[in-house]
Ligand binder design. Sequence first.
Ligand SMILES: Nc1ncnc2c1ncn2[C@@H]1O[C@H](COP(=O)(O)OP(=O)(O)OP(=O)(O)O)[C@@H](O)[C@H]1O
Ligand SMILES: [Mg+2]
Length: 212
Amino acid sequence: MFITFEGIEGCGKTTQVDLFVRYLEKRGVELIKTFEPGGTEIGKDIRKILLDSKNTHLSPLAELILYAADRAQHTNEKLIPALDRGKWVICDRFFDATVAYQGYGRGMDMELIGLLNSKAACGLCPDLTILLDCPEDIGLKRALARNKELDLEAQGRFEKEKLEFHRKVRNGYLALADRYKERFRVIDASRPVEMISQDIHNLITPYIDAIR
Ligand SMILES: Nc1ncnc2c1ncn2[C@@H]1O[C@H](COP(=O)(O)OP(=O)(O)OP(=O)(O)O)[C@@H](O)[C@H]1O
Ligand SMILES: [Mg+2]
């Protein structure tokens, strides 16, 4: 079972992934928790380039290819081996993020993105994608408050993008959820943390029951 969490900056992916993983572990699900970009040692170096707010001049094509490189490494080194061992994989962002950010957000060639995504993911596709949807101003406010609290200001290249960019990304995610209805579940992430996690537990119960 391969489950991805998606959504704009600050929608609560990392918060919900942590709660979800704790919930699954209590129920005896064998899993790995991982994330993109930066889910491998090599990926950590790629992540630094991608998220460093100093890199305002990173070209859109270089950005796209760096995401693909990170994903290729991650898929081969971590995702496929874990899935082959029968583990569940819970991943904070995956290839839908590239379609939403570089495709809908930056307006890059969707055909090229599709090609890079399928190559980098080695044909792998999530069984379930949880889209945490909230208005861009709410997400951004949360992300900026978190960065301040954790002293992460230097990491926020995407947080520096205009609200308009994040609106495009949000709408891009919603378009993806509409196109791939069978694997996407959209959750209203503007609500309190506990309400969101309860919705996620409810939707996963049938899948846990199925492995018993
Ligand atoms: N439902 C919520 N209501 C209010 N605050 C929240 C909620 N979910 C998360 N937060 C807080 O908002 C901030 C951002 O949350 P989190 O880091 O989980 O978002 P994210 O989607 O992982 O962001 P990023 O895309 O930047 O990694 C954190 O400080 C977190 O504690
Ligand atoms: Mg996060």
